[in-house]
Design a protein around this ligand. Structure first.
Ligand SMILES: Cc1cc2nc3c(=O)[nH]c(=O)nc-3n(C[C@H](O)[C@H](O)[C@H](O)COP(=O)(O)OP(=O)(O)OC[C@H]3O[C@@H](n4cnc5c(N)ncnc54)[C@H](O)[C@@H]3O)c2cc1C
Length: 481
């Protein structure tokens, strides 16, 4: 086990941040001028702009544009170090965090801890679905999905069996929230515009895109009016939207769906996308096991009004990991939570503010947006000093979405590259990122297989050790006898 570089600088207050997403990165940046050492530990080398993952999955932009290296972003912030590693333990009593990179375990002490490890896909207890229907949380997911979508077209081109072709050209997106709507719209546009005329044996425009949700509405958080408009727009693109449709089984070749009237249907489809639910990082449970902390059903940490956990006023949980009434799991919730935690640390250092004196966290809802297709989005912005919201959809909302997402991207070159890619993708048929490699498609399965073999190896070793101990005990007993 090694100690982190931070231990050599123990004179200053040590702030450890877990996660380089919106919560973690914005907290680190807020502490730029503070007289502290900031150690940001994350299991990925980059800061991922998740709202644009669907554009990587559908070939509009390259992954580097939405995933700049965290250490490059923080290069000029001299009080910050970045450690790559997956945190697997937080010791609240001894105030240390343990992370792992390959075989190396690193222990990092903290005075203040900001946990911003986000959330993963939830398959609602059906984890085996993940093998056949990847979610969309990471760059790996997006690249794998791009490979699966384009791979399905390639296989269909080679087939002369109409049934097999139909299965390959049926794309099913499960979950009609913003990600599902964006994916369904983009797969439809890829088939109808980008790939049109590029195959000789199949007609890409004949592919089917089905969007399923167990709930009775599309984009439920946006309310019935915008949800209905998004649904109509998708249907205009040829997307088959099915609501009140619960996936009950899912395998390599397709899925079973149960509708509200009780009927069950089998849909043959090789390419499925899962965007139906989230489960907060398991680090929430690590905290709950050592304190009075409670978790909600999605594993989110029920934090106090100052975003800390009970009995530990120096441990903040922010972003998708926190459960706070009225704060949705969106980028703004994480950014504002991360900054709030950093401000609380600064206020204690500069003004001697005690935890009891902290003002409760208050969320500023700046509105929500989701794109449906090119030239079409929905937007909802609160009207100041009222409880009402301004709602719009269509071209203006789409332009608003593009502008806002450019503003929040990190790095001028990334913004410029993205802007150029958007210009070509939306004004022509062109998508510049249609390359797919074998590893993108198969690496996850190979890794799953490897970790399964590793688990078997560890279990076998443990069994052998236990057997060895048993035999040694028997011998000792014989000798004693
Ligand atoms: C496909 C998609 C589309 C979205 N679209 C929108 C949108 O349009 N608008 C919007 O506002 N929001 C959107 N969101 C939600 C938004 O991205 C999240 O709310 C936000 O990213 C949450 O920030 P976070 O810092 O809590 O977590 P994340 O951004 O998820 O960051 C978590 C970080 O923790 C790290 N990590 C996780 N576990 C560990 C561990 N054990 N050890 C070390 N590091 C760890 C990860 O590597 C990552 O760096 C979208 C999300 C997705 C997935």
């Amino acid at each position: 086990m090694t100690s982190s570089p931070a231990t050599s600088l123990r004179r200053r207050r040590q702030v450890v941040i877990i996660g380089s997403g919106f919560g973690g990165l914005f907290a680190a940046q807020r502490l730029k001028k503070a007289d502290v050492d900031v150690t940001l530990i994350a299991k990925t080398t980059h800061h991922l702009f998740q709202p644009m993952l669907y554009q990587v999955a559908t070939g509009i932009i390259a992954e580097g544009e939405i995933a700049p290296a965290t250490r490059v972003i923080l290069r000029d912030q001299k009080n910050a170090s970045v450690l790559l590693g997956e945190v697997f333990d937080i010791d609240l009593k001894n105030q240390t965090v343990r992370s792992q990179l390959l075989e190396r375990v690193t222990e990092t002490p903290y005075d203040d801890l900001i946990v911003a490890a986000g959330a993963d896909q939830s398959y609602f207890g059906n984890d085996h679905f993940a093998e056949y229907a990847p979610g969309m949380k990471t760059i790996d997911h997006a690249l794998e999905l791009r490979g699966r979508i384009l791979g399905a077209f390639e296989q269909a081109e080679l087939s002369d069996d109409p049934e097999e072709q139909a299965k390959l050209l049926t794309f099913v997106v499960i979950g009609a929230g913003p990600t599902g709507v964006e994916m369904a719209g983009q797969i439809a546009e890829m088939s109808d515009i980008t790939l049109k005329g590029t195959f000789r044996n199949i007609d890409s425009t004949q592919s089917r895109v089905i969007l399923l949700d167990a709930a009775p509405a599309v984009l439920a958080p946006f309310g019935p009016k915008l949800g209905q408009k998004a649904k109509r727009r998708l249907e205009k693109l040829g997307v088959d939207v099915r609501l009140g449709a619960m996936v009950t089984d899912l395998d390599y070749d397709g899925l079973s769906v149960k509708y509200q009237d009780g009927t069950v249907e089998r849909i043959e489809s090789q390419c499925k996308v899962w965007s139906a639910g989230v489960q907060a990082s398991s680090l929430g449970k690590v905290l709950a096991d050592q304190s009075e902390t409670e978790l909600d059903r999605a594993g989110r940490v029920k934090v106090g009004p100052d975003l800390t956990i009970p009995g530990h006023s120096n441990v903040f949980v922010v972003g998708d990991m926190m459960a706070v009434d009225g704060v949705p799991g969106v980028a703004q919730g994480a950014i504002q939570g991360g900054r709030y935690a950093a401000d609380a640390i600064l206020a204690e250092m500069k003004k001697g503010q005690t935890p009891e004196q902290r003002k409760p966290f208050s969320y500023w809802d700046k509105g929500s947006m989701a794109t449906v297709s090119r030239f079409s989005a929905v937007m909802q912005v609160p009207i100041p000093f009222t409880k009402k919201k301004f709602e719009t959809e269509g071209y203006l909302a789409w332009l608003g979405w593009l502008a806002l997402h450019l503003v929040y991207m990190v790095g001028f070159r990334n913004r410029l590259n993205t802007f150029i890619n958007w210009f070509f993708a939306f004004s022509t048929r062109g998508r510049t990122q249609l390359a797919v490699t074998e590893q993108q498609v198969y690496a996850r399965s190979a890794l799953t297989e490897l970790s399964y073999l590793e688990r078997l190896r560890v279990a076998e070793a443990a069994r052998a050790e236990a057997q060895g101990d048993g035999e040694a005990d028997d011998k000792q007993a014989d000798n004693a006898g």
